[in-house]
Design a protein around this ligand. Structure first.
Ligand SMILES: C[S@@+](CC[C@H](N)C(=O)[O-])C[C@H]1O[C@@H](n2cnc3c(N)ncnc32)[C@H](O)[C@@H]1O
Length: 208
């Protein structure tokens, strides 16, 4: 299967790591990891998000469909993290395994059917009292000036990511983004924070 991240994996962090760091730090403040917790990052990419969780001495897992992104993650995280190559619609983990499942900037690039299948898998591998941290593009309203500038950067980054990626991103926002997905799957919103002038949103959700 073609790896859409093959050409960009080596430079991904140079462009996006510092840009996205703030959202990750807000996510940690919204749900503080505790030593010994099992944490899965779905669509973990280059592993920069999991790296932030290393200091909390949790059991860390990352799953991604892209071999090239996982190669970068392996170099970064070494043996401290179990990294698995696989499709999040069919995760290689048992039921009720994780205290926290993270999905950052992954759902928007999937088709609507894939998104729903991934959400179902996340709920299967999540413990009953577990939490999900979702971070992705938001549907607005977009604030002047920060929101407009951020929206422009997002538009061109998504356009550069290819036709299918761009179509899925447009569909994700048109369908109502994370908020619609959360409602569809009857998840309970515990915390929500809109960021970057209305272009990003962080959610902590649980099974209702
Ligand atoms: C935009 S990147 C975000 C990476 C990382 N979460 C971050 O915030 O830097 C999206 C990632 O989701 C992965 N992905 C997309 N669809 C997937 C699927 N069905 N199963 C697993 N990973 C997937 C891609 O390979 C890519 O690494």
């Amino acid at each position: 299967m073609k790896d859409p991240y093959r050409n960009i994996s080596r430079i991904y962090d140079r462009f996006f790591d510092s840009m996205n760091m703030g959202f990750k730090l807000v996510g940690i403040r919204m749900f503080r990891p505790i030593k010994g917790m099992s944490i899965l990052d779905v669509g973990c990419g280059t592993g920069s998000h999991l790296e932030l969780y290393q200091r909390y001495k949790c059991n860390l897992y990352g799953l991604d469909l892209s071999p090239s992104m996982l190669n970068v993650a392996r170099k970064r995280l070494g043996d401290s993290t179990q990294l698995d190559l696989g499709d999040a619609t069919d995760m290689p983990y048992e039921d009720d395994k994780f205290d926290l499942v993270i999905s950052m900037l992954s759902l928007h690039e999937m088709s609507s059917a894939t998104r729903s299948a991934v959400l179902k898998e996340i709920m299967r591998v999540l413990k009953n009292d577990g939490r999900i941290l979702l971070i992705d593009f938001h549907t607005g309203p977009y604030q002047p000036l920060q929101g407009w500038v951020s929206k422009l950067i997002i538009f061109f980054s998504e356009l550069a990511a290819g036709r299918e990626h761009f179509r899925n991103h447009r569909d994700f926002l048109a369908m109502g983004g994370l908020s619609a997905l959360i409602n569809q799957h009857h998840l309970k919103v515990e915390k929500q924070q809109v960021l970057a002038g209305g272009t990003f949103v962080n959610y902590i959700v649980s099974k209702s």
